[in-house]
Structures are given as structure tokens and as C-alpha cells.
Design a binder for this molecule. Sequence first.
Ligand code: SAM
Length: 271
Amino acid sequence: MTHSRTSLGDLLTQYSLKPSRALGQNFVVDPNTVRRIARLANVAEGDFVLEIGPGLGSLTLALVETGATVEAIEIDKYLLEPLRSVVEPHGVIVHHADALVADYESILAGRDTVVVANLPYNVATPLVLHLLETVPSIKRLLVMVQKEVGERFAAYAGDEAYGAVSLRVQYFADATVVGKVSPNVFIPKPKVDSALVSLVRRPEVRIDPALVSEAELFTVVRTAFAQRRKMLRRSLHDWVTEGVFERADVAETRRPEELTLEEFARLAAAK
Ligand code: SAM
């Protein structure tokens, strides 16, 4: 029931559609890939899934096959008619909205939600951060993103891809790269490799807000990562106060890329 290269090509021709580069439209045309994503999402009957950017419904149909209840948010008005013709017969509700500013309170209506998405690559990072920061009823996400972005989400202290985004993600969730996807399964074929990332929201944020506020913590993270390879005494030069490294028990000769979220929290709390 999922799209093949031919059925997706037919839909594009029938509706005179050209995939939009600005909207990051790379459609999956390999039934095995969408079924693999649905399997990794680990959803079944009784789960509520929100798909972001359903496109022409490739992944949507694989999600429906799991028995989960599926709703989707698509920004492109030109896709709505063909998309609805494909997925509405399977009970999927399609919301026409921009996922960056959508009204999640009314769409999710408080339901515990699993987001599953082949994300438009240009908005993947701001969108994942927005959902983690502002939509607590989203408990898990399984997203396909550009490989480098996936590595950044799931990087830990000392990893090459580690940075302010990794720390922001880890404040809210545990992230793991769970698979790779080749460019060959898409129309049009992207120039980059893709990764599948699982993000599981923690019951509480990782750093107790009573110890240090989110704003103070991420001020020091951002300041430090503006010069990630410089020692802290340089990268935090304009931020430090007398004795802060000693009180936090973090050596000033270390570099931002080596520090864990807990160590940044100690620095912020010691200021
Ligand atoms: N899920 C489909 C698939 O796997 O074949 C399409 C994935 S395609 C990479 C990304 C989809 O996200 C496109 O359908 C695009 O129109 C949609 N999109 C782009 N920006 C969006 C936004 N801000 N809000 C909602 N959908 C968006």
C-alpha cells in the first residue's frame, strides 16, 4: 500500500507537481525504507502519531499499517489534494499548517504524542528544538534528518559533532542515531546522506531548574561555543567572575567541546 517510484511519479504527473526545493521536498519512494522508519518508531494500535511534512503520503501509509492513529501537518497547499486522496481513506487527518508555528494545543488536544517525520532539511534543527521546548505532550520523536544534523543532535562531550545544539537537545531528551538512509530512496535524490534519530523526552529536564535556570545555563553554553576550541578562560573571558572555575570545580584550561551539560550547569550555578 506504500508508494513506489511509479505510483509517486504518477501522482506528480497527474497533479502537475514539481517537488519544491525551498520546502525541502524529497519524497521517499522505497516501501522498505518507510516500513523501517515505522518499525523504528515503535508505534502500534493505541498510539497517537503526528507526522510532520507528509508530502504525498509515503511514510504516512507505513505509519497507518502499524495500527496507530495518525494525523499530519503539511505546509504545501498544492500537495493537500493529492495527499488527502491518498491518506484520508485510511482515516488520517491532514492539517494545513506550518509546523514551526502550528497550534499544537488544538491539534494534539493533550494527547501523548509520538512525532514521526522525514523532516524538510532546512527547518529540521529549529523545528526539533521548538517541539522539545514548547510541546511537552510530544513524548518521543523519530526523525529523518541530514546525517550531520542527526550526529549533532546525538553528540556527547568530546564527539566531533558536539555543540550548543547537542546540549539543547540533551536538556530535554535522550537522543540516539538509530539508522542511516541512502540518497537513492528519494525523488529527487538529495546531495546528502540521511540519518534516523530517536529522541525520547526525559520526565524532567536534565538539569534541575532549582540549581540553575535554563536561561543562565544556555547563556554560558552559547558564549563558550562561540569559540569551541579555545580554553574556557579565553572562550568565557567576558562571562567569568572571580573564582568561578574553582567554585564549579571545572579547570579553566579545558575546552567547551569537552564539557558535559552537568559541568556547564556547575559553571552557571557558580557565577
Ligand atoms: N514524508 C514525505 C516522504 O517521506 O516522502 C515527504 C518528506 S519531505 C523531505 C518534507 C515535507 O515537509 C514536504 O512535504 C514539505 O512540503 C513539508 N514541509 C516543509 N516545510 C514544512 C513546514 N514548515 N511545516 C510543515 N510541513 C513542511
